[in-house]
Design a protein around this ligand. Structure first.
Ligand SMILES: N[C@@H]1[C@@H](O)[C@H](O)[C@@H](COP(=O)(O)O)O[C@@H]1O
Length: 245
């Protein structure tokens, strides 16, 4: 894992956007795996700015999002489909038909998981997966204890995740308790991974990621088995950590 330490959120967002833009320019048909949450918002903003200023095109890009809340339709303001439309897709020239997010309001969510996993495979897999990290080490919505062999599946959200994500909802009771998420093995199959880490609240998770064991008890530790991971981390999330490789 290669770590790039940056001074603040703005620099993280800029570096991440530059990284993504370079990959899109190298391969205009790239398959991007995308994440939600507060961490990548600044990166998406920079992608939009670059699109407006330099015209980097996403016309032939395909995207797969990591996860979606169960029970929310794409029109719901708290759905990840809505988030992606508002934070990125509505502002660039991507073909929305090529942007995929699991359908959280599917009648049969188990069936939806199978469909989503095979959609990724049919498209040749993800080339570059953008990831954030939960303070309990979750990636996507893969909570501690999720099997490393997991594919896209239904997950029960950890109480700490519900609490952390409640800031986006009116009331904590409105936060869905379940989600569809790409599995750990789905994420690990992507050719390259870019992990973004912002804020001091992620420091403990970073310490565990960098210095702890590889264990299903800490989902992000699976990334240590991936050959091509780049981490762009704010100083506040990694400063002072003794890193053992
Ligand atoms: N499912 C998302 C993850 O994909 C995200 O990486 C993580 C951190 O969120 P944030 O970036 O807001 O800290 O939690 C959310 O629950």
């Amino acid at each position: 894992m290669k770590i790039i330490e940056v001074k603040d959120y703005t620099e993280m967002s800029l570096k991440a956007a530059e990284y993504i833009i370079e990959k899109v320019c190298q391969n205009p048909k790239i398959k991007l795996g995308l994440a939600t949450g507060g961490t990548p918002v600044g990166t998406y903003k920079k992608l939009i700015e670059d699109y407006q200023e330099n015209g980097t095109s996403y016309r032939n890009v395909t995207t797969f999002n990591l996860d979606e809340y169960i029970g929310l339709s794409g029109e719901n303001k708290n759905s990840y489909r809505y988030f992606m439309d508002v934070q990125l897709f509505n502002h660039i020239d991507i073909n929305k038909n090529n942007t995929f997010v699991p359908q959280g309001n599917s009648k049969d969510v188990e069936e939806e998981c199978l469909r989503y996993e095979s959609l990724i495979v049919k498209n040749g897999g993800v080339d570059l997966q953008i990831l954030g990290i939960g303070s309990n080490g979750h990636i996507g919505f893969n909570e501690p204890g999720t099997a490393f062999s997991s594919q896209t599946h239904v997950i029960e959200l950890a109480p700490s995740t519900i609490k952390a994500n409640a800031r986006y909802f009116n009331r904590i009771e409105e936060v869905p308790t379940k989600a569809i998420t790409m599995g750990i093995s789905t994420i690990m199959k992507s050719k390259e991974i870019l992990l973004l880490v912002s804020g001091e609240t992620k420091k403990e998770a970073m310490s565990r990621l960098l210095n702890g064991n590889i264990t299903e008890g800490f989902p992000a530790s699976a990334l240590k088995n991936h050959p091509y991971v780049t981490i762009i981390a704010e100083k506040s999330a990694v400063s002072g950590l003794r890193i053992h490789s």
